[in-house]
Design a protein around this ligand. Sequence first.
Ligand code: FES
Length: 336
Amino acid sequence: MSVKVRIEPSGHEFDTAPGETLLEAAVREGFHLPYSCRNGACGTCKGRILSGTVTHQPYEAKALSEAERAAGLSLFCRALPEGPVVIEAREIGVAKDIVIKVLPCRVARMEKLAPDVMRLFLKLPQNERLQYLAGQYIDILLKDGRRRGFSIANSPAADEFLELHIRHVPGGLFSGHVFNTMQERALLRFEGPLGTFFLRKESDKPVILMAAGTGFAPIKAIVEQSLIEGSKRPLSLYWGARTRADLYLHDLALGWAAEHAHIRYTPVLSRPGSEDAWEGRTGYVQEAVAADWPDLSGFEVYGSGPPRMIEAAKGVLASRGLPADAFFYDAFEYAR
Ligand code: FES
């Protein structure tokens, strides 16, 4: 049986699924209540039950004292509602409200998605979770003090692991290590979440998502989060790459479009090889967007890729009427 939850003072409402904690349901629905461990250990998710009854899954006494519980406080990551509840909680409105942490992590799994793209699944220590917005990135902290930024490729609502897509840059210090010497179970350290690239929810304008290469990673997180939330906001995804092999999760994107009427997917190759037998779109991804949408005045566009693509896109999209404040982007050089 699903249960209705209202958050005060915002008045936001959502339903929990059977067996779901208040926090799990809030994250799934895209409401940003503060959290850290999601495991009853840290107390970050503590808030007040204003009406209704919850039971708690086991938690650590230091996270919620008996006196606090008697006073109506609860750990939302452990709280199962027994009926409709009203809770009091501070919702995180913007990225700057999220705590930026430095954390160790373990490389739980490595998967080669293309000859030069590796997917890493990072596991955080027990009792640690990273709160982030879909689209944000982390900096891997190298031993010599340098850092390498990578977008998180999965939704925060499915965050048992943090997923990164690493492009191999010839001669690159970190990406070379990932491709040549890194083994599963390797330890890393990172800082995050960082960045302001995330879907603006205060608008319901149709969205164009424009990715180049591994710029697909934050776009994947945004699409997955919007699917988990059950949003029907129209999403038109354009993924630009050199060759067919560079569309390293092409089938995933095809599946989104096949299963969801509000999602369209247009792959665009800039240098298809003869072996690709490519019959789809060719050229640059921003040109494909401009060709398909002569009037972008009512849209929001989210672009992720190298700076030269983002710069080119600004001019092309503006010429189609896209307001400057409706273009959100994550411009990155491939981290070496
Ligand atoms: Fe740490 Fe709930 S998030 S106790």
